[in-house]
Design a protein around this ligand. Structure first.
Ligand SMILES: C[S@@+](CC[C@H](N)C(=O)[O-])C[C@H]1O[C@@H](n2cnc3c(N)ncnc32)[C@H](O)[C@@H]1O
Length: 495
């Protein structure tokens, strides 16, 4: 890569289209005095949470952040309120923590027509679903606006592909275990940007059976003298439980993530869990001694079954290991892959690279219409799955390699390989300069860029456009209903 290209790439990486916001309840005091007319009026002051003062204000919401929070003005400051919609008047609690303001919706006074007519949710069922208070039309508009805005430099995206039944869709649930102040075992999700567990028994987007299994495990812990892990003092055993469900096959994997490999009474535990849920097809113990936010550690032991599950996607069967990536919404994934493969315009002759290939899903589905497929993926377990999956489906024209996709592309470019089409589906952080600079050297006719983070996708598209590609169709797909996340696939052609 030339110095000029390097500088350009770094510059574009520094400036993502939207900047990340603060903690869910915290708003920065970045307000603007001109807006004081529309400021909320303080109603009352009360005390909560160990005597901290908070005021109740009446406000009208003027817009939405890219994280789906309502924007309000108060005392010359712009604050963000979760679960509030534009045009709504509401009572909001405001309290101050350091330089930041915490807000919490107390009561909506005038309801927007965009508000979802939800059945009453039980305790915390909507945690992690930042926009579950918007109805389907409003969610669709919200996500379309995000994509349209980000992709403005490249053309007008297609209307987003939505999901018919946008609930219970996740095939993977991960719950974290801990103790509450009454020393009762709890399981739930971390509150945004913290390691504080919000107890949760059921989520509107989780697979119901997976949630049920996690509750069974929580109920069994006391009698098996199994302590939840305490991050502060390093004591205890169970950190998380991951349940993965093959939505078509019905196979179910349970992964107990523990702080230690010493699992006393594991045989009896496995027996009791299988008795309560005969539908479980495999159980694993994963050991994670790390202190970061990664759920799974490297060490893994199969306690029951074959250690993997199988599922069907786009007519092919895929074996999936605990540590491998597998798209969490298979109904929408089929629509996404169908669109991506259509964009590749394969004729049966092409050499295709499937970069960041996971367990080989896109490459193997595309292999039926390609000359040959070369897949590259960093995760060893996923590459092993991909190789097994090509054999399982009788695919003869696909090869999978383990390694960094950027380094792999550099080598391909140095060897002057011929590549016709590249599918790329990087993680949320997007691709890197090694990958992109080699991609433009390899000059494939078409690049199909699949992304779960349109901000980094837009950044990388800008690079590819600068170095010889033009963006054709851009297709957003709602893979994550009820949340602010959106998937997008873009077709690029060599100019
Ligand atoms: C969004 S997933 C896509 C996987 C696959 N295309 C699919 O649809 O299931 C991104 C994948 O990139 C892999 N990955 C992350 N960093 C990588 C890198 N530097 N080189 C190669 N693969 C990487 C991850 O392990 C993960 O499997």
């Amino acid at each position: 890569m030339t110095k000029q290209k390097n500088r350009e790439y770094k510059k574009s990486r520094k400036k993502p289209h939207h900047s990340k916001k603060q903690n869910s309840k915290q708003s920065s005091p970045q307000g603007n005095r001109k807006n004081e007319k529309s400021q909320g009026k303080p109603n009352t002051t009360d005390k909560h949470q160990r005597g901290k003062k908070r005021v109740t204000i009446e406000v009208t919401c003027s817009g939405l952040t890219s994280e789906g929070k309502g924007i309000i003005q108060w005392k010359g400051k712009q604050l963000e309120v979760a679960n509030l919609l534009p045009g709504e008047t509401a009572e909001v609690f405001v309290s101050k923590k350091g330089r930041f303001f915490n807000t919490e919706l107390k009561r909506v006074i005038n309801t927007s027509e965009d508000r979802a007519n939800l059945p009453r949710l039980s305790y915390n069922e909507g945690v992690g679903c930042q926009i579950q208070h918007m109805n389907e039309q409003a969610q669709k508009r919200f996500k379309q606006n995000i994509i349209d805005e980000l992709m403005k430099p490249f053309g007008k995206p297609e209307p987003i592909i939505t999901m018919e039944h946008p609930y219970d869709y996740r095939n993977k649930n991960v719950m974290t275990f801990g103790m509450n102040k009454k020393r009762q075992i709890i399981s739930g999700l971390y509150a945004e940007n913290t390691h504080q567990i919000i107890p949760m028994e059921r989520s509107i987007i989780h697979d119901p059976k997976a949630d049920e299994i996690i509750q069974t495990i929580k109920g069994m812990m006391k009698s098996f003298k199994m302590q939840p892990y305490n991050e502060d003092n390093g004591r205890g055993f169970l950190r998380h439980v991951l349940v993965r469900v093959g939505k078509k096959s019905g196979e179910i994997m349970v992964v107990l993530v523990a702080a230690s490999p010493m699992f006393k009474g594991k045989n009896n535990f496995v027996k009791a869990l299988r008795k309560a849920h005969p539908e479980i097809t495999t159980i694993l113990l994963n050991v994670n001694k790390r202190n970061d936010s990664m759920v799974l550690g490297n060490q893994e032991k199969v306690l029951f079954g074959k250690g993997t599950i199988t599922d069907t996607l786009c007519g092919l069967e895929f074996e999936i290991s605990a540590k491998s990536f597998y798209q969490i919404n298979p109904v929408q994934t089929e629509k996404l892959y169908t669109k991506a493969i259509e964009m590749a315009e394969l004729t049966g002759e092409e050499t295709v690279v499937d970069a960041y290939c996971g367990i080989g899903t896109i490459g193997l589905v595309a292999s039926q219409q390609a000359g040959k497929v070369i897949g590259v993926e960093l995760n060893k377990d996923a590459v092993r799955d991909a190789i097994r999956n090509s054999k399982r489906n009788g695919v003869k024209n696909a090869r999978f390699y383990q390694g960094d996709a950027g380094e792999f592309m550099v080598q391909m470019a140095e060897h002057g390989e011929d590549v016709d089409v590249v599918f790329m589906d990087p993680p949320r952080s997007g691709s890197d300069e090694a990958f992109l600079s080699s991609l433009v050297k390899l000059k494939p006719k078409r690049v199909v860029y699949v992304s779960c983070n349109p901000e980094t996708q837009a950044r990388d598209l800008k690079y590819l456009v600068k170095y010889g590609y033009k963006v054709g169709e851009i297709q957003p797909v709602d893979m994550f209903p009820q949340t602010v996340h959106v998937e997008s696939v873009a077709k690029l052609e060599l100019k």
